[in-house]
Design a binder for this molecule. Sequence first.
Ligand code: NAI
Ligand code: MG
Length: 366
Amino acid sequence: SNLSLLILPGDGIGQEVMVEVRKIIGWYGENRDLKFDVSEDLIGGAAYDAHGTPLSDETMAKAQAVDAVLLGAVGGPKYDDLDFSVKPERGLLRIRKEMDLFANLRPAQCFDALADFSSLKKDIVSGLDIMIVRELTSGSYFGEPRGIFVENGERVGINTQRYTESEIDRVARAAFELARRRSNKVCSMEKANVMESGILWREVVTAVHKADYADVELSHMYADNGAMQLVRAPKQFDVILTDNLFGDILSDCAAMLTGSLGMLPSASLGSPMENGRPKALYEPVHGSAPDIMGQGKANPCACILSFAMALRYSFDQGTEAKRLESAVEKVLADGVRTGDLMQASDGTPATTSEMGDAVIAALNAS
Ligand code: NAI
Ligand code: MG
């Protein structure tokens, strides 16, 4: 049966980069006989404009029913003064929460052609290919009690780092499964030296490993040392498994090893559906970029590479995912660049659609 994909372009450059991804989906249908049932709907400010809500119940139901959701970006200055309950970001929070996407996958991969854009020296990042698995639905951003309370005549701000065994167990499994499809190595990061949740995290990860994934190489590291190691020698890692808060920081840190925000894809996975595929949402890491919207300046690669992740993790098309990633790499090596990937002195940047067309040309040549 056909593979079902729901496209939610969202706002700003989310809509612009999605035009390029649609070209690529079309290419796969025509040239590789990969037929997708593609539907499209609104999220974020675009949904608010049409329905008065950033994510309608109908769209939410569609997202629950498809094999994968591909999202652009939401938000923009036009919506800054809206009530919090209908802000574009609420659409994104709702879809992540209701799909229960607990494993956030953020690859940090350094394309050789862009090694000069890294914040680090070329030899430290050249050939880098790591994957951060961040727990996304629990931990300090959700734990109770939380709030600002008055205590002894002054205010106190409280968040609670809280993890259950089952929450740690399921994200650990996601990381081990992933490692088996890569270099078979997981490094789990917490602060078991000073946090109870860290002690439990290390215990559960170790138990899951022993029970079901003894073939995978497992190591543990304190998250602060992990941050240091990511900058000192990032190529020592394959899969990094960590919690919500540490993962937020470590994945942003890792992102800058590779260069532009315009190149970074992500996936968020949940529990397996009836067909065995995990619930899944794919999206570029960047936002709606109001400063460049409507000018053909957006780099579509982050969204294109997010679709490549969908090919790999939702549709079992690892070879085709690699084909698409190699096409992007070739385009960059050939010097086709959007403005975010060049210096002002480098000449005229490629437009969003020129970049997409170049990827299609590279696919044709593959
Ligand atoms: P942003 O990621 O939209 O932009 C940050 C900077 O990077 C801007 O200078 C932008 O021009 C540049 N940039 C981002 N993506 C690019 C691309 N593909 N090609 C070339 N340049 C690119 O983050 P910002 O400015 O903080 O937020 C703008 C809006 O996006 C806000 O409304 C924010 O809430 C929303 N946002 C949405 C996210 C999402 O939908 N997942 C994530 C982050 C922000
Ligand atoms: Mg962050």
